[in-house]
Design a protein around this ligand. Structure first.
Ligand SMILES: Cc1cc2nc3c(=O)[nH]c(=O)nc-3n(C[C@H](O)[C@H](O)[C@H](O)COP(=O)(O)OP(=O)(O)OC[C@H]3O[C@@H](n4cnc5c(N)ncnc54)[C@H](O)[C@@H]3O)c2cc1C
Length: 462
């Protein structure tokens, strides 16, 4: 019996999880696995880049979960520095370009996994490619940024971070740790556009308190360079912000160039569309996962593009199970995400006000102030919880939390409640753990649920 061949495009979270899981289920006699990765690394945590650059994680290699050598030891034919440049869907083959030798060749497949990730948004502005301007998408990017920081002369050193999403705020912290004066230029109304603006305002105020200047509604128009060609400032409208280094955190879009070229189905956000088993819609032998796909938002009932490692790893597991002869499905997401800037923790799950309006949901909101520990317990820190509940049914629609220690992971309570389709009234009776070092006797999430029930009653729906 000749082994089936699985070809994987992309050697990070989704691609190598899929390959590894398939290999666990089927040995090399039954399934040969060829994986193509155009970069220098496999199975690395981009999520850890801000903490490596900031010095919390000592070594770049600490972020690598599995090296090419380790994958090869598991009978995965991994071809590094090799880019897939074309998919021949009907002929069941891909064309590969070896970036070291320039050689191109075709490789056939029985099953194909597209796990090409996302590419950072990089507007075509003057000076964007100047030395000192850095993205933070890959380990190579992180290395280049660290080397660039070393080249900045001593004295007052200024960093401008463009973008105030989670990567922007995490990189602002990293730059602060290197002793830079940090300015964050934010196109939106408030930092962290994944929150409602009232909650984003809390992040803005806290960043001010940490010594990070945040400029809202700042549309970057150019990067200004000095006579040596290196970055000197960032222009946003009429204002010029001095910069010795610029970090870009403007967001990403699905990397679906190959898929688009051969007409594979893409959703409204440019990501590949899959069924529950992560098969590309209409193609039984092609799977896709990670940042290159759109996911079903279980609360809104629409697909969204959410580039998160937590989803990419799960997609990879599901794909690996299915191509390995097992069974797995990925039902969708509720939109949970956590991040931090210094000691400020930021969390969200479910819908923001504008998301709920966009899908025609009527809702009430409740916002409460509490603390992460019993008020009398040493170190108790404030925490703000905002909750959205559906008008009439009382179903939980979303939660946002901004606070200090213990704020971020509290959102997981809400993620579970959302997944279970709970009402805010049902949430008030949740048997959550309590002792003074961990929470007040009424956990902040429960206090918010109680207030949401009151809001529903006032609205005449409960
Ligand atoms: C700074 C930063 C912080 C982050 N923090 C978090 C976090 O805290 N929590 C979280 O959940 N997520 C976080 N993420 C997101 C997370 O890293 C990604 O969602 C995850 O890496 C996606 O995995 P993936 O396999 O889909 O794509 P990628 O990791 O992008 O991997 C795709 C791979 O495919 C390769 N490739 C692409 N095209 C080709 C081709 N044609 N041929 C061969 N190879 C190709 C690329 O070189 C790449 O290695 C962060 C990301 C960044 C950049």
């Amino acid at each position: 019996m000749t082994a089936e061949r699985l070809v994987v495009i992309g050697g990070d979270a989704a691609g190598m999880s899929a390959a590894s899981q398939a290999r666990r289920l089927r040995g090399p006699d039954e399934l040969s696995i060829v994986a193509f990765e155009r970069g220098h690394f496999t199975s690395y945590s981009a999520c850890g880049i801000p903490y490596w650059v900031g010095g919390d994680v000592a070594e770049r290699d600490d972020l690598i979960a599995r090296t090419p050598k380790e994958h090869r030891a598991r009978d995965i034919d991994l071809r590094m520095r090799t880019e897939v440049t074309e998919i021949d869907v009907a002929g069941r083959r891909v064309r590969a370009l070896d970036r070291e030798t320039g050689e191109t060749y075709w490789t056939g497949f029985d099953k194909l996994v597209i796990a090409t990730g996302a590419r950072p948004v990089r507007p075509a502005l003057p000076g964007m490619d100047a030395p000192g301007v850095h993205g933070v998408q890959t380990l190579d990017d992180g290395q280049a940024l660290l080397e660039s920081l070393d080249r900045v002369a001593p004295g007052p050193r200024r960093a401008v971070v463009v973008g105030a999403g989670y990567i922007g705020v995490e990189m602002a912290e990293a730059m602060l740790k290197h002793g830079f004066e940090v300015t964050v230029l934010n196109r939106g109304e408030q930092p962290m556009a994944t929150l409602d603006p009232d909650m984003g305002r809390l992040v803005h105020d806290a960043m001010d308190g940490l010594g990070i200047t945040t400029v809202n509604r700042a549309e970057v128009t150019a990067i200004r360079t000095g006579p040596d060609g290196r970055v000197r400032a960032v222009a946003a409208g009429d204002t010029s912000y001095p910069a010795d280094v610029v970090v870009l955190g403007i967001g990403v879009e699905p990397e679906t160039t190959l898929a688009r070229a051969v007409g594979l189905p893409l959703g409204p956000h440019g990501g590949l569309l899959t069924d529950l088993s992560m098969r590309v819609v209409g193609h039984d032998n092609i799977y896709a996962g990670g940042d290159c796909v759109e996911v079903l938002d279980l609360v809104a009932g629409r697909t969204r593009h959410i580039a998160l490692g937590t989803h990419a790893n799960k997609h990879g597991q599901v794909i690996g199970a299915n191509v390995g002869g097992g069974y797995g499905t990925f039902p969708g997401v509720v939109g949970t995400a956590v991040s931090k800037v210094c000691d400020l923790e930021i969390a969200r799950t479910g819908l923001r006000e504008k998301d709920a309006r966009a899908v025609g949901l009527r809702f009430v909101t409740a916002t409460i102030e509490s603390t992460g520990r019993a008020g009398y317990y040493p170190g108790a820190q404030p925490m703000t919880v905002k909750m959205l509940a559906e008008y009439r049914t009382g179903r939980l629609l979303g939660v946002q939390i901004v606070g200090r220690e213990g704020a971020a992971k509290r959102v997981d309570i809400a993620a579970v409640a959302l997944t279970a389709g709970m009402t805010v009234d049902q949430m008030t009776a949740l048997d959550l753990g309590y002792a003074p070092p961990f929470s007040p006797v009424w956990d902040p999430v429960l206090v918010a649920a109680r207030k949401a029930v009151t809001a529903l009653r006032r609205a005449g729906t409960a």
